[in-house]
Design a protein around this ligand. Structure first.
Ligand SMILES: CC(=O)N[C@@H]1[C@@H](OP(=O)(O)OP(=O)(O)OC[C@H]2O[C@@H](n3ccc(=O)[nH]c3=O)[C@H](O)[C@@H]2O)O[C@H](CO)[C@@H](O)[C@@H]1O
Length: 374
């Protein structure tokens, strides 16, 4: 039997986390060959994640150039040569990174159908998040299978004219990843978070500079105001984040600055947190699983589901607002408790199974699939 070949192109930490469940679900299908391509966009942080999920890339591209622009130009050429050589029947990309966009573009030019995981997230502000909003909109223009994580994402795609039959509501694969690691390592929400630490992450490009410094000053203010609380901050490896984080926060007794955590380490840190301050997309989606109240350090979010469900609040990268809102939650257990009592609005842990089913129906249709499609 000639197996159908599926290429998965990805390059950053969050893409690896969100594509790992898809990779494993597809590899379980005997009719498919699955190739994982790592673009090299993230180095050490990607290696940690690949290890966490037991993935060895089939193709490893070389990253050259420190800037996103230089990476992009070089990677596009490497991907085109790769796609021209391979006989992929489908190319899968996830989200909104440069790697995802370049993978979709390379496949599109070589007439390989593109499938998009986490399709339809939007702020409709091309400046925020930059460049992700532009990248994900462009991926939607060239993809032919759109896997929407939520009903809101599905509606956005429909409004943009994507035919309903090209969209599948799957749930977010990050919940699958989280459930997988928690089950394997016995991590359970045990109701102790009120005693836990404050967990902080920050890396968004559009907040670099003044706004990121304001955020770190707010964390320092909180550490001084709530000296009984420990602050845990795994710092993104980008020097643009490392430098101000260390300048502003080093030396505070109750603040721990660490290297980025592997996925298991991060889930342990999250389950034991009493409060999360973050500009991360993935952490906004993971926190509700453990009922961790979340303050989003951005002006907008493409994940309003968490805000609407009552488990997250948008405070922006603003020193006063962060200190005020965080202190309210730390000082008033009832206010924090209200944010904990929700189920995760982003997924049920079955997204990868739904995606694998859709891939099989397209590439290896049974008579029944063919009848449904006709
Ligand atoms: C505009 C935007 O929002 N774009 C997002 C962006 O991703 P992000 O903002 O979620 O990125 P990060 O915050 O780097 O990663 C988060 C993940 O990493 C884990 N983690 C974190 C720190 C650590 O020390 N150890 C860890 O294990 C953590 O648990 C979580 O799962 O790109 C993705 C791909 O396109 C998109 O899906 C997503 O929309």
């Amino acid at each position: 039997m000639n197996k159908k070949v599926v290429g998965i192109v990805c390059g950053t930490r969050p893409e690896i986390i969100k594509l790992a469940p898809v990779y494993h679900a597809l590899r379980a299908q005997p009719e498919l060959t699955v190739q994982w391509v790592h673009t090299g966009q993230h180095g050490d942080m990607a290696a940690d994640m690949l290890r966490s999920f037991g993935i060895a890339p089939d193709v490893q591209l070389e990253r050259s150039g420190a800037s996103l622009e230089a990476f992009s130009v070089e990677c596009r050429g490497q991907l085109d040569a790769l796609v021209a050589r391979q006989r992929w029947d489908l190319c899968i990309v996830q989200g909104d990174t440069e790697s995802a966009f370049l993978g979709a573009l390379a496949a599109f030019y070589r007439r390989v159908p593109v499938a998009h995981v986490e399709a339809g997230l939007r702020t409709y502000n091309l400046e925020r998040p930059f460049p992700e909003e532009g990248l994900r909109q462009m991926i939607s223009r060239v993809a032919c299978m759109h896997w929407a994580p939520t009903e809101r994402a599905r509606e956005a795609l429909l409004r943009e004219g994507i035919p309903a039959e090209a969209i599948l509501l799957t749930g977010n694969t990050v919940v699958d990843a989280q459930q997988w690691i928690c089950k394997r390592h016995g991590i359970v929400r045990d109701g102790r978070p009120a005693d836990g630490h404050i967990l902080v992450t920050a890396h968004r490009r559009e907040n670099w500079g003044e706004e990121m410094e304001q955020t770190f000053h707010a964390v320092a203010d909180l550490a001084r105001l709530h000296s009984d609380k420990r602050v845990l901050f795994p710092v993104h490896l980008n020097p643009v984040v490392q430098k101000p984080a260390h300048e502003i926060l080093q030396g505070l007794d109750n603040v721990t600055l660490t290297a980025p955590l592997d996925y298991l380490g991060m889930q342990k840190a999250l389950v034991n947190a009493c409060l999360l301050l973050t500009d991360s997309g993935g952490l906004q989606e993971e926190a509700p699983t453990f009922g961790v109240p979340t303050l989003v350090l951005r002006h907008e979010t493409e994940r309003p589901e968490a805000v609407e469900a009552g488990c997250a609040r948008l405070v922006g990268p603003n020193r006063d607002a962060i200190v005020r809102e965080a202190s309210r939650l730390l000082d008033d257990p009832l206010a924090a408790e209200l944010m904990r009592k929700v189920v995760n609005p982003f997924g049920d842990g079955q997204a990868a199974r739904r995606i694998a089913q859709a891939v099989m129906a397209r590439l290896v249709p049974t008579q029944e699939d063919a009848a449904v499609a006709a």
